[in-house]
Write a protein that binds this ligand. Structure first.
Ligand SMILES: Nc1nc2c(c(=O)[nH]1)N[C@H]1C(S)=C(S)[C@@H](COP(=O)(O)O)O[C@H]1N2
Ligand SMILES: [Mo]
Length: 323
């Protein structure tokens, strides 16, 4: 995989990102691909000789190369200052300014519905046993802009299996925190609150589906959905629900926020599809954030380029009707 440095880094960001890229280079040389737990082993990887016999103690998690793409990730600045998070306002620059005081620890997550292990769990207890890995994924918003984001987290399937969904569990629903005191956007009826999203169980168990707890080797910033947010890169950005507080396994399909708000414009599946236009604009092309104002829009890929991993989930489904 070719890793290039984004060209649009502000001087204030360079130090952090340089450290990040140096570590990645090291991980590559060390033969990364192994999934390494973040927990404990905070020994400086760069002190290890590259040709040493013992396996290097890695500072962070290794990248999961199965999903490598040869497009450069967006800068940390782009990813953390250009956001959609209506709980903190509808402007792209609102969330990074207004989400900073959101309290994300301690954080309880309620699990309910068709599973053996329903209950209220502490975030730390759910996350600690899982091996953290990095996934560099494209994110395509339905508004026809996109980014490439190096997430940290774990496969959604492994996370959900812990609750032992039963055979009646056909869907999984996620809900964002509801707290209008902390989330001023929830005092206005832009959407029905809390934000709700959902997947079929088959989608949730697909290895591409991911639960993010960090990005660029650091903890997830509040504006990107701390402490826990869904990442389903073959679907439009709005499926990637942030600040998850509730997980419910159901037999029937949940009513999700955007599909409920404007069913003519947004469906349940919301798979990225350049051939099915939004009623008010074309979905054929997209603007890569950070590419520069005068750069032409690039073509949007079917399933956002992840068809080989997920197309089989929709065999026999007319995607122009089930959008
Ligand atoms: N709770 C919640 N989750 C949300 C949203 C939101 O408004 N509220 N916006 C969605 C949309 S439209 C997009 S494009 C992505 C943006 O994620 P990012 O800001 O991390 O790039 O978050 C999604 N998750
Ligand atoms: Mo979006």
């Amino acid at each position: 995989m070719l890793i290039r440095k984004p060209l649009d880094i502000r001087p204030s960001e360079i130090t952090d990102e340089q450290v990040y890229w140096q570590r990645r280079t090291f991980l590559k040389q060390a033969g990364a691909g192994v999934l390494v737990a973040l927990a404990g082993s905070a020994c400086d990887a760069s002190d290890e000789p590259e040709t040493g016999h013992k396996p290097p103690a890695l500072l962070g998690p290794a990248s999961n190369g199965s999903y490598a793409i040869d497009e450069p990730p967006n800068s940390y600045e782009d990813i953390t200052t250009y956001n959609n998070y209506y709980e903190f306002g509808t402007g792209k620059r609102d969330p990074h300014k207004r989400a900073q005081d959101l309290i994300t620890r301690p954080w309880k997550i309620a699990v309910a519905g068709e599973c053996e292990k329903a209950g209220v769990y502490d975030y730390e207890d759910l996350v600690q046993p899982l091996a953290v890995e990095e996934r560099i994924y494209r994110l395509r918003c339905v508004e026809a802009w996109s980014m490439v984001i190096p997430w940290l987290g774990f496969p959604l399937g492994a996370f959900l299996q812990r609750f032992e969904p039963n055979s009646r569990a056909k869907f999984v629903t996620f809900k964002t925190l509801f707290d209008p005191k902390q989330m001023p956007g929830q005092r206005r009826s832009v959407l029905e609150w809390p934000y709700v999203e959902g997947l079929t169980i088959a989608e949730a168990m697909n290895p591409l589906a991911f639960m993010a707890t960090g990005l660029y080797g650091k903890e997830l910033p509040n504006q990107n959905g701390a402490p826990l947010r869904l990442v389903v890169p073959w679907k439009y950005g709005f499926k990637n629900i942030k600040a998850i507080k509730e997980i419910i396994f159901t037999e029937t399909r949940p009513e999700t926020s955007w599909a409920l708000a404007t069913p003519r414009e947004y469906g349940f599946y919301a798979n990225v599809n350049p051939e099915v236009n939004h009623p008010r604009w074309s979905q054929a092309r997209e603007r890569r954030i950070g590419a520069g104002l005068f750069t032409e829009k690039q073509p949007t890929l079917m399933f956002n380029g992840y068809g080989e991993h997920v197309a089989h989930l929709y065999a026999g489904l007319d995607l122009s009707k089930h959008f």
